[in-house]
Write a new protein. Structure first.
Length: 416
């Protein structure tokens, strides 16, 4: 309390000093340097404006009391030692709240420790009075040189799909802190999606397919491969093919590679940097089933083709979207994995999955309070293949009925 009072008085003092000096100078110059007794006449003006500033500051401090007290309560400070070994403490200060983005800014005169805020996430949430911790999500970003920005937002745990989420030239990836999140089709790269069984991969896969089909006019063909299930065989569209056979998959990759190289030839002739035609996109569910196949030569051939497509596919618009429960080298060869630029991470307790798709735990902690192993179904971290930006998303639930009706919808206009 005493700390708050001190903070308030210092801040009020500064505001009043600036105000009075400003007023004085205005009077001084408008009266052509009149003597001090002239100012005497304006004492009520000083009094009233001083009172206004006092009330304004008081309301500001009461309104944001919790935020002013936060650095003090959680010991968020910076300490420096001078030559006499005396240490001086610079406490972080609440700077401003941006209503539009629901973001709180904290500042330290020396430098600010973002990691401290990340480590104290749960205590910060508690202090701000969110009893039900599930209610609110949390993003911590460095801002300017000496500031930290804390953004509070809500992400639903479960919500339903609706067709209005589809958008021309864009892929809907779910809802993020600002609402519907779209990846421009142009920016799509070959990607890996990993998450443990039941985390919502297939749900997510179907949702991506909806967006791709919605953009059929920019996509030459979609190839679906699933060696252990038939889910993707349901589409039966003029621009989709499904296979659950490894030899067929092998032939397909061979074709895709040749197509890619033909496109490169064409680009070379036309001196184009990117292929100016439509996409060829291949989606593979559970790539691990290829790795466990007995035919070594066949596997090697497949993976070599995948590496080449991953490396060079983007410019020629030949892309791979690969789904897997695990991404260690027994499921997907490292060389294939490292050539997929984008990644999607769903619930997993494997640190290996996290590190090799998104990055360090600390990077995950910047954008969410929830541990990846505790993610609800359909919660995804997307790492953009071009910008490496990381986005926390919740994907909608696609019930069996919704999936069937969406497939019918696409059959009605694509197969006509
Ligand atoms: N976004 C979501 N919101 C709510 N529930 C979901 C969501 N996605 C999936 N589910 C639920 O979780 C169950 C498992 O989802 P899904 O089949 O997509 O998991 P998976 O990761 O593909 O699992 P597996 O690796 O075993 O194939 C689904 O039956 C569905 O009920
Ligand atoms: Mg699945």
């Amino acid at each position: 309390m005493l700390y708050m009072l001190r903070l308030f008085i210092v801040n009020l003092g500064i505001h009043l000093a600036v105000l009075f000096l400003g007023l004085f100078l205005v009077i001084f110059f408008t009266k052509n340097g009149a003597a001090l007794d002239e100012v005497e006449k304006y004492k009520y003006l000083f009094l009233v404006s001083g009172l206004v500033v006092f009330i304004e500051r008081l309301i500001y401090y009461i309104k944001y009391y919790k935020f002013h007290i936060l650095p003090y309560s959680l010991k968020l400070f910076n300490r420096v030692n001078n030559e006499q070994k005396e240490s001086k403490i610079y406490l972080d200060k609440f700077k401003i709240y941006d209503k539009k983005s629901n973001t709180y800014f904290f500042k330290n005169r020396l430098s600010i420790d973002k990691k401290a805020y990340i480590d104290l996430k749960d205590r910060i949430i508690h202090l701000l009075g969110y009893e039900d911790k599930n209610e609110v999500e949390f993003e911590i970003k460095a801002h300017n040189k000496k500031e930290v920005a804390i953004k509070l937002f809500k992400l639903p745990k479960k919500f339903d799909w609706h067709i209005g989420l589809l958008k021309d030239k864009n892929i809907y990836l779910g809802h993020n802190k600002d609402g519907s999140y779209y990846l421009p089709l142009e920016n799509l790269t070959s990607s890996i999606c990993c998450g443990e069984s039941g985390s919502g991969k297939s749900n997510f896969l179907n949702m991506i397919i909806f967006s791709l089909l919605q953009n059929s006019q920019y996509i030459e063909h979609l190839d679906f491969i699933d060696l252990k299930g038939v889910e993707l065989s349901r589409y039966e569209l003029n621009n989709t093919t499904f296979t659950d056979n490894i030899e067929e998959a092998n032939n397909l990759f061979e074709n895709l590679k040749n197509e890619m190289n033909n496109r490169f030839k064409e680009m070379k002739e036309k001196k184009d940097l990117t292929y100016n035609g439509n996409f060829r996109i291949c989606l593979i569910d559970e790539i691990g089933t290829i790795s466990t196949h007995f035919d070594k030569k066949l596997k090697e051939n497949i993976f070599n083709n995948l590496i080449e497509i991953g490396q060079k596919g983007r410019a020629s618009k030949v892309l791979l979207l690969i789904f897997s429960q695990k991404i260690d080298s027994t499921n997907i060869p490292t060389n294939v994995l490292t050539n997929l630029q984008g990644s999607f991470l769903l619930r997993t307790s494997s640190q290996f999955n996290i590190n090799n798709s998104i990055g360090l735990n600390e990077e995950v902690e910047e954008i969410t309070r929830t541990r990846v192993q505790d993610f609800p179904k359909g919660r995804v971290i997307f790492k953009d293949g071009l910008s490496s930006e990381k986005v926390l998303l919740q994907t909608p639930f696609l019930s069996q009925d919704v999936q069937n009706s969406m497939i019918k919808y696409f059959q009605n206009w694509i197969n006509k």
